[in-house]
Write a protein that binds this ligand. Sequence first.
Ligand code: CP3
Length: 319
Amino acid sequence: MMRQAGRSLPEYMKLKEGYKFTELVQDPNLAAEVTLQPIRRFGYDAAVIFSDILVISEAMGAKYELLDKGGVEVDFALNSKADVDRLNPKHVLDHIGYTPEAIKVTRKELGDKRAIIGFAGSPWTLASFMVEGGSSRENLRSRAALHDEPKLFFTLLDKITEATIVYVKAQIEAGADVIQIFDSQGGTLAPNLFWRYSGLWIQKIIDAIGGKVPTIVFARNVHHNWKQVVQTGGNVLGIDWSIDLREVANTLPADVGVQGNLDPALLMAQPEPAAAEAARICETMRGRNGFIFNLGHGVPPEADIATIQAVADTVQGFE
Ligand code: CP3
């Protein structure tokens, strides 16, 4: 599941009394501990390493923080060529080597029976956070900026891609079994722009990984563009909850896996309807090779523990 850890777990809230989010991310032992919390409780097959996509922004010189009122904030919103010039993709691991380190610690604790999922944001999704200066629903500034200054925008995407390649390679080196790329903002791009501003840059990262480990590409709300998401070379596509999983799967090449797509809101409902929906999804995917059950997006902080447990039991017991 993506965003396994976090505020839905009492043990996470307990740990967070003593630390800020970024402090947990930056300490390999604490990050490994948070990574393991949902695995201990629910026994998932794979552990998503505890970090954030915005560490790449930090690595290039624009730090980020979580806001108490919700959302994230980046140190400086990119407003000019000078701001983009300030970003330095050359010393990534000096800044964010803590995540590969956390993977090593996690591996020691987890053994070899369960997979570790490393991850990074897509260059477009990261660029939009950096241009907006934080969370933004519509990405209006970014969507305007790419038309006003396409060259500058490509320079930004290029820098993010360079940094990300170093970062994901270090995660693989440290023991990540899979790399997932989150293009959570992919669906904000118009269809004719998706490839040039998002897909292409994801493809560059996947090319650089060179098949060393399998890759998962989660691109949210890109219904018009599955072909282009496939073109990135990702081995598995992560699908959000707003589309029928089986229908998408039927249009994809047989060797491309699918991951998804329970509506995360169901984790805030009673255990019964959530379990029933999880079973329905598994049933519709019966016989499709390469299916990974997951949520259609991250675990909401208000998720009910008993409901998560019921979903996990249903999927783990599905025959
Ligand atoms: O715990 C895990 O499973 C690790 C995974 C993880 C986190 N962030 C930790 C996190 C992953 C895969 C991410 C990716 C991420 N971060 C994305 C892409 C996926 C997605 O969810 O769309 C994005 C867009 C971000 C940026 C980000 N980080 C936002 C917008 C927020 C939310 C702020 C809020 O108000 O909830 C975060 C915070 C964050 N990252 C949390 C976690 C566990 C919540 C932490 C907390 O509340 O203490």
